[in-house]
Design a protein around this ligand. Structure first.
Ligand SMILES: [Zn+2]
Length: 361
């Protein structure tokens, strides 16, 4: 069907996100790879570098080739329409005081009535559903608004964005490189190659290898903090939320071991480089506060009956989680990830006076 003027207007409304490839990349970075290349590979069970698969809406693990389809599990799954059409539709549904009629939407998107009706109903249902699709659409609307405002940003603001993106790329690449080869065997040039930038650029942002290691660990931890923030927003059930947080404290299938391996590396360094200590204590304190708050919330709600003050218990939980994580990550045969999870949740349940089944789900 030829596109009408209205259809072009629809496409123009979408301009901030660019073409179909840009839309797929937006989805990929928002759902899987914050830096555009690093994502957890379920086959390799750790963070790997991924590349775009030509001719498919997919990215593949550089290491094992496993594909990830960013549309899978979203409101666009099983649809033959382009992602750009869906995104434009989502922006148009939100644009005015009331959603457009299916006829108007069909004209502006250049699709038939049936497709337009499906887009409209799907977007409205996803928004009111309040699940992951609603969160994804919120981010889409926010980013579209920000992209439209980007023309008004100063050169300085644009430079800050570029620099923070470059640093993120280096931090994520360093995380992969150190976790794969260990600190002693990884040179700055290896990190640079992994990040696809020059060694000079890495040295421009980070003075030493210790600085890079710390930045890599902080990157990994930020990914976990973001997941915890999501849990806090999505989950009102106190036991379920604490369970989710404790599970994130352990290496698990489909989640990075890298964080644990980087902690091991940095703890060895701290003995002789105390300047790393402050940043590490800050990260540990963050963990403590998440766990302490979850215990306090459960106690207030009458779900938990802690055997000791929440602050004391939080320290215990972190210590036990650390011990189990390290044994599991280095490969102790009696400490596979499932066993570590059972032990931690069982321990927590007994300290909180809840039946093990309630915390272990
Ligand atoms: Zn893989």
């Amino acid at each position: 069907m030829p596109r009408t003027d209205d259809a072009r207007a629809g496409a123009a409304a979408f301009e901030p996100f660019g073409d179909e490839a840009n839309c797929l990349e937006w989805l990929w970075t928002n759902l899987y790879a914050p830096d555009g290349v690093s994502a957890v590979c379920r086959q390799c069970r750790t963070v790997r570098r991924f590349h775009r698969v030509t001719g498919r809406r997919a990215y593949a693990c550089d290491s094992c080739g496993r594909h990830v389809y960013p549309c899978a599990g979203t409101f666009m799954e099983h649809s033959r329409l382009s992602i750009a059409t869906w995104f434009t539709g989502a922006l148009l549904v939100r644009e005015g005081d009331a959603p457009p009629t299916a006829e108007a939407l069909a004209r502006r998107l250049g699709v038939n009535y049936k497709s337009a009706l499906r887009i409209k109903n799907t977007i409205l249902a996803a928004t009111s559903g309040g699940g992951p699709d609603a969160a994804l659409l919120e981010r889409l609307w926010k980013d579209a608004g920000a992209a439209r405002g980007a023309g008004e940003r100063s050169d300085e603001e644009r430079a800050v964005t570029r620099s923070s993106r470059a640093r993120d790329t280096i931090r994520a690449a360093a995380c992969r490189a150190f976790a794969a080869h260990g600190l002693p065997a990884t040179r700055v040039s290896d990190v640079a190659r992994e990040a696809g930038v020059s060694s000079t650029m890495v040295r421009y942002y980070y003075r030493s290898k210790d600085d890079i290691l710390l930045a890599a660990l902080q990157w990994a931890m930020e990914q976990t903090y973001a997941r915890i923030e999501e849990l806090r927003e999505e989950t009102t059930d106190c036991a379920q939320r604490l369970r989710g947080i404790l599970e994130l404290a352990l290496p698990a299938e489909g989640r990075l071991h890298d964080e644990v391996l980087l902690w091991l590396e940095i703890w060895v360094r701290i003995r002789f480089h105390p300047e790393l200590l402050t940043a590490c204590v800050t990260m540990s304190d963050y963990w403590l506060s998440f766990i302490r708050e979850a215990i306090e919330d459960g106690e207030r709600a009458g779900v938990f009956h802690p055997v000791a003050p929440p602050d004391e218990l939080a320290h215990w939980f972190v210590a036990v989680a650390d011990g189990l994580s390290f044994r599991s990550a280095v490969g102790y045969t009696d400490m596979h990830v499932g066993r570590a999870g059972e032990l931690l949740l069982g321990f927590a349940a007994r300290q909180l006076g809840v039946p093990v089944e309630e915390l272990a789900g």
